[in-house]
Ligand binder design. Sequence first.
Ligand SMILES: *[C@@H]1O[C@H](CO)[C@@H](O)[C@H](O)[C@H]1NC(C)=O
Ligand SMILES: *[C@@H]1O[C@H](CO)[C@@H](O)[C@H](O)[C@H]1NC(C)=O
Ligand SMILES: *[C@@H]1O[C@H](CO)[C@@H](O)[C@H](O)[C@H]1NC(C)=O
Ligand SMILES: *[C@@H]1O[C@H](CO)[C@@H](O)[C@H](O)[C@H]1NC(C)=O
Ligand SMILES: *[C@@H]1O[C@H](CO)[C@@H](O)[C@H](O)[C@H]1NC(C)=O
Ligand SMILES: *[C@@H]1O[C@H](CO)[C@@H](O)[C@H](O)[C@H]1NC(C)=O
Ligand SMILES: [Cu+2]
Length: 595
Amino acid sequence: MFFNLCSLTSALALAHITSAAVVAERATTSAAPVASSAVSAPAATSSRKADTECKNTAFTRQCWGGGFSIATDYDTAWPNTGNTVYYNFEVTNTTMAPDGFSRLMMVVNGQYPGPTVFANWGDTISITVKNSLQNNGTGIHWHGIRQMNSATMDGTNGITECPIPPGGSKTYTFLATQFGTSWYHSHFSSQYGEGVLGPIVIHGPATSNYDVDLGAMPVTDWYHRTAFALNNLALTHPGPPPVADNGLINGTMVGTSGTGGRYHKNTIVKGKKYRLRLINTSLDNSFRVSLDGHNLTVIQADFVPTKPYTAQTIFIGIGERYDVIINANQNIDNYWFRARVMTSCGVNNNNGNIMSIFSYEGAPSSNPTSSSWNIPDNCADEQGLTPYVVKNVPSATFAKEWKELDVMASVGASVNGLGGSVVQWTMNTSAIDISWTDPTLRYVVNNDNTYYRDGNVIQLPTADKLYFWVFKSLPGLAVTPHPIHLHGHDFYLLGAGNGDFTDPAALQWNNPPRRDVAMLPAGGYLVIGFEANNPGAWLMHCHIAFHVAQGLSVQFLERQQDIQKVMSLGNVNSECDAWDKYDKTAVYKKEDSGL
Ligand SMILES: *[C@@H]1O[C@H](CO)[C@@H](O)[C@H](O)[C@H]1NC(C)=O
Ligand SMILES: *[C@@H]1O[C@H](CO)[C@@H](O)[C@H](O)[C@H]1NC(C)=O
Ligand SMILES: *[C@@H]1O[C@H](CO)[C@@H](O)[C@H](O)[C@H]1NC(C)=O
Ligand SMILES: *[C@@H]1O[C@H](CO)[C@@H](O)[C@H](O)[C@H]1NC(C)=O
Ligand SMILES: *[C@@H]1O[C@H](CO)[C@@H](O)[C@H](O)[C@H]1NC(C)=O
Ligand SMILES: *[C@@H]1O[C@H](CO)[C@@H](O)[C@H](O)[C@H]1NC(C)=O
Ligand SMILES: [Cu+2]
């Protein structure tokens, strides 16, 4: 037993049980009645290194123990707990009404959002997914999980696996080498838009202290028609994507006609600090979130811990996550938490009303009357993200080696039997159109190098080489911002901006943000780099569900020659045989990119 938190009443009491490196932290939690002046330990600062042996508590969040801390570079080291956490997921087709409007959904274990996967840093996670849908394949992608040497567990149909057929199941087993917040979702066409998604919380150290972990807070746009129907519309009708009917915060919202549904509510206690794990699980909308009267202190972006910084509002692009700390330092009352849709990157019919409630213990049970911060309406990604673990990127080879990936929309020829003019989004002039029957890892296990053109395969042959990519958003049918997401890696975000990319000197090489999603501005550019240190087949795509369905993706085949040295592809063919058998008589056929 380390110590009993409640027995601590002064910062002095800490000194003898925590290491010298962290004694500067003051307790934010105490058993004594909390006066408003007793709040607020200073945020962790970059100059103070967590001691590797101290334990993780409310006021020593930088610590973890066993030689690990917030200062550990998780790309190269993680605890080996030897522990495995097990989950059983069943995907079903069901009717639900998250905002009071009943519609068909597809969900995990009968709930939306699906169950949260909890693990500790260094645990093995083992999740058996059973497909109990009648008429769709499925598969679960563990967004942001690096899958170091375990590409077969990435859950990306057409790339790393065949879909799981109705009645079938697959066990995904992988190591939690990172910690923080993420989510899982189906990658079977637009199926995640029907509800096949849920949070992932991996406990680990943090760059700033808090008392209570409120858990995951998924924010999403919400549609009253099904995602498959909307996706079909988007494919066959040139123009902006369908307009969302509402938004959901942690799976719920008051109905747009004023009836049905409810506001999600969190109860907080004055004087305490709360960690909130924000996840944008949208199909199309990006949000700026804020809590009336309160700051949000960002401590982590995607899986990457950042030096804490404070903001009134935070932009969350699709697929992006921010872990924030809320200091309950205001008057005992009720406050609106707002998710405002940024109209320059998506439209929502209920914008301005997508809210949840933070209620101080002791406040009346009425709805808040709080006023909003001034919320800017733009589509600009968060700035000022400084990774806690410093990594500088060598720039010497950039000028010679960067490769361009142009992004553009056009009306293409008939694809997948849809006939007429089909809207396509291309990367390097080609819309991806993967084969569920022949995922890339099936080519690898069968030693077949004749990848089909529409697979948009880019080979990364050289071990540990730093590869650079410059995305350019070119004028075409439409110019909109795109949240670009890479599987299997955190990338270095070296630069992004409006207009053409002309000035390599303006890129950031000193400790640039690292993450797995970043915004490509409309008509602008995005520059990223990553090292080929994880053999496998990794999708890189726009996370707007309609755009990836329309082709906006490439895949990296990283060190093909090494893949079978670091993992077994033994199940790939047998899983695919099960899919092939179903596919022969399937009622529905693939009508988009399949992703
Ligand atoms: C879900 O159920 C509906 C109505 O019962 C059916 O039309 C549809 O095909 C089912 N979808 C899947 C994927 O099983
Ligand atoms: C998945 O099921 C939905 C109906 O629930 C259907 O509209 C869609 O075409 C199906 N897609 C595939 C590829 O099975
Ligand atoms: C969201 O809902 C889930 C399930 O009801 C709950 O466990 C979780 O704590 C909620 N998240 C927040 C931030 O309230
Ligand atoms: C989610 O991301 C999408 C796409 O970037 C964006 O339009 C939407 O506003 C984001 N939602 C939140 C809550 O940030
Ligand atoms: C928010 O942060 C700013 C800058 O750090 C600070 O001046 C302000 O007092 C904070 N407001 C609240 C409500 O904590
Ligand atoms: C883009 O496509 C062209 C033509 O197929 C190809 O030669 C080039 O290598 C591709 N670019 C990248 C970055 O793969
Ligand atoms: Cu896009």
